[in-house]
Design a protein around this ligand. Structure first.
Ligand code: DP6
Length: 325
């Protein structure tokens, strides 16, 4: 059977940076995110005896490591379903990958939902989220709708993502600035492996539960100023860990820094917005709906900004009918 799914990428307001169990992909802490309407992956999967080996096409990407990671994920699903048919997988992102826009989140969420359906399995949202987590941690947050919490669990069964609020809960906007076309030089999984080498990592862990509590409260109250300040300082804290890891990891480029400084200036001028950054040079500007067009125009005038993508909160991964092959 053939099945196709579309999944959003997500932006973490409270970040996942470090694992307590690499094999199970259990993060050192919980995290909070929003699914993004404008950054999606669409994936079609078909299991068939006609295929003599797995045929994987990801946006024309021939990277063997990426392809092996997809095959490993298919194996997990084949194991659960008790099938040994090979698969054809075609996957397309509507945005650049490897630049900080979390293509692995949307990619593994879409792959999970499409492959599970193609294998004729019926899984709950919780089971899909746990399965997506094995592909890439942040992918578990792209399964439920809207604003999402990835629960801090000590076992695989406890480590799943749940929806805190539907997508229409709060009409905040994530204006993504694509800063240049370079790929990050250290992949996220590798970067995270050395998080514990930062002298500040334990300090982060000692305050993170409280931070999550506050983030949930301000999200509930829709207190934009407190929410914005919190998410921006959290992004800087995560990058402080990366920068002070051994070896140090600097994901920003001069273009990223230029936008960070501008956001602070726009704030002073009355356009309230806050930045957050994942692993890569691209930067997410979080603002309220009434400021989104203005912020996006301001960003387009920045020297190093190549493109701007406006994202509203969105639903999570879902099946669709338009197959890619
Ligand atoms: C900085 O989910 O890509 O974007 O589990 O190793 O695949 P793996 O990591 P991944 O990490 C995302 C890290 C982050 C922060 C976040 O999205 O929470």
């Amino acid at each position: 059977m053939k099945a196709t799914a579309i999944a959003p990428s997500n932006i973490a307001f409270i970040k996942y940076w470090g694992k307590k169990d690499d094999e199970l992909r259990l993060p050192t802490n919980g995290s909070i995110s929003m699914n993004l309407s404008g950054l999606t992956t669409t994936t079609t999967v078909e299991f068939s005896l006609d295929y003599k080996k797995d045929l994987i096409e990801i946006d024309g990407n021939k990277n063997k490591k990426e392809i092996d990671r997809v095959i490993k994920h298919l194996d997990r699903i084949r194991n659960i379903a008790g099938i040994d048919k090979k698969a054809k997988v075609v996957s397309k992102n509507n945005f650049p990958s490897g630049t900080g826009l979390s293509a692995s989140a949307s990619g593994f969420a879409a792959l999970t939902v499409a492959a599970v359906s193609a294998a004729d399995l019926k899984l709950t949202e919780k089971e899909l989220s746990i399965l997506a987590r094995f592909g890439s941690g942040s992918a578990c947050r792209s399964i439920p709708d809207g604003f999402v919490e990835w629960l801090d669990g000590d076992t695989s069964d406890e480590s799943c993502a749940v929806s805190l609020h539907e997508a229409n809960w709060w009409d905040i906007v994530d204006v993504v600035a694509i800063v240049n076309l370079g790929k990050k030089d250290v992949p996220t999984t590798k970067g995270m492996e050395i998080a514990g080498s930062s002298p500040f990592f334990q300090a982060r862990l000692s305050s993170i539960d409280n931070k999550i509590k506050i983030a949930k409260k301000v999200l509930e109250k829709k207190d934009f100023t407190r929410f914005g300040k919190l998410l921006e300082s959290e992004a800087l804290e995560m990058h402080a860990i990366a920068i002070t890891s051994s070896p140090s990891l600097i994901y920003w480029t001069s273009g990223t820094l230029g936008v960070m400084k501008q956001v602070k200036m726009w704030r002073k001028a009355g356009f309230e917005s806050y930045f957050t950054i994942n692993t890569g040079q691209d930067i997410h500007i979080i603002c309220q709906k009434h400021d989104a067009i203005k912020i996006s125009n301001l960003l387009k005038n920045q020297k190093d900004v190549r493109d701007v993508i406006i994202n509203m909160p969105s639903n999570g991964a879902r099946l669709v009918n338009n197959h890619l092959f």
